[in-house]
Design a protein around this ligand. Structure first.
Ligand SMILES: [Zn+2]
Length: 229
């Protein structure tokens, strides 16, 4: 149910979405799965050998039900960090409007979502949280944010790109609010990443080696100028 990726990083395998546990300066969760994933994530954290009540921080890549649904299962966290443009949605202060397909999906799933009890902290581009640096990567959602740690040799890219364990691909257009912006964000992240081996996307099999290089190659192939980082 959980798989160790590095000394400090575990993948909590859920059927439809990736959740990760990181032993950073504090125990940190990356995304929180679907609403019904909460108890299973807690159980997986116990199996790894940590008390789930020790999770003090959640880094959220973006507001989509499959990434924020389980947040209420972690009431002991001190803060939920999420890109500024998505923060009001996570708080429940804003409800997505029905202006496009993507938001329709979000609205339909609103039924399952309740705001978390823990304070939501809006994340700025370049902000550091523990050993992680946040990179604003809009496109899939306006506030979509990737988090990388050079120290821990891992980058969490959310739904910016999907990974199958060997290659990366752009998510299908109907899942993204702005595909041009998405491509620009791939390019931007690729150029800013230091050399990092492990790349975990919101869905699919993580890359365990060559993560930043694979993203940079993909940026060059599909997104124009590409990264040179
Ligand atoms: Zn997703």
């Amino acid at each position: 149910m959980a798989r160790q990726l590095t000394d400090e990083v575990w993948l909590v395998e859920r059927p439809r979405v990736n959740v990760s546990l990181v032993d950073d300066d504090v125990l940190t969760l990356i995304d929180a799965g679907l609403p019904w994933d909460g108890p299973a994530i807690r159980e997986a954290v116990r199996e790894i050998g940590f008390d789930p009540d020790r999770i003090k921080r959640v880094l959220v890549t973006h507001f989509d039900l499959d990434h924020v649904g389980g947040l209420r299962a972690f009431p002991e966290a001190e803060a939920i960090h999420v890109g500024r443009a998505d923060a009001d949605y996570v708080r429940g202060d804003l409800t997505p409007r029905l202006s496009d397909r993507k938001r329709l999906f979000q609205r339909l799933t609103e039924f399952f979502r309740k705001p978390p009890q823990v304070p939501v902290s809006p994340v700025e581009d370049g902000e550091t949280i523990g050993s992680f640096t946040a990179v604003h990567t809009p496109g899939h959602t306006p506030g979509h944010t990737a988090y990388f740690s050079e120290k821990l040799d891992v980058v969490f890219v959310g739904d910016l790109v999907f990974s199958d364990g060997q290659a990366l691909s752009l998510p299908p257009w109907y899942l993204s609010q702005d595909t041009d912006q998405l491509r620009a964000s791939v390019d931007a992240l690729a150029s800013r990443l230091p050399p990092i081996e492990v790349l975990v996307s919101g869905h699919g099999e993580p890359l365990v080696t060559g993560g930043s290089q694979t993203l940079q190659n993909m940026a060059q192939e599909t997104c124009g100028s590409g990264g040179n980082g």
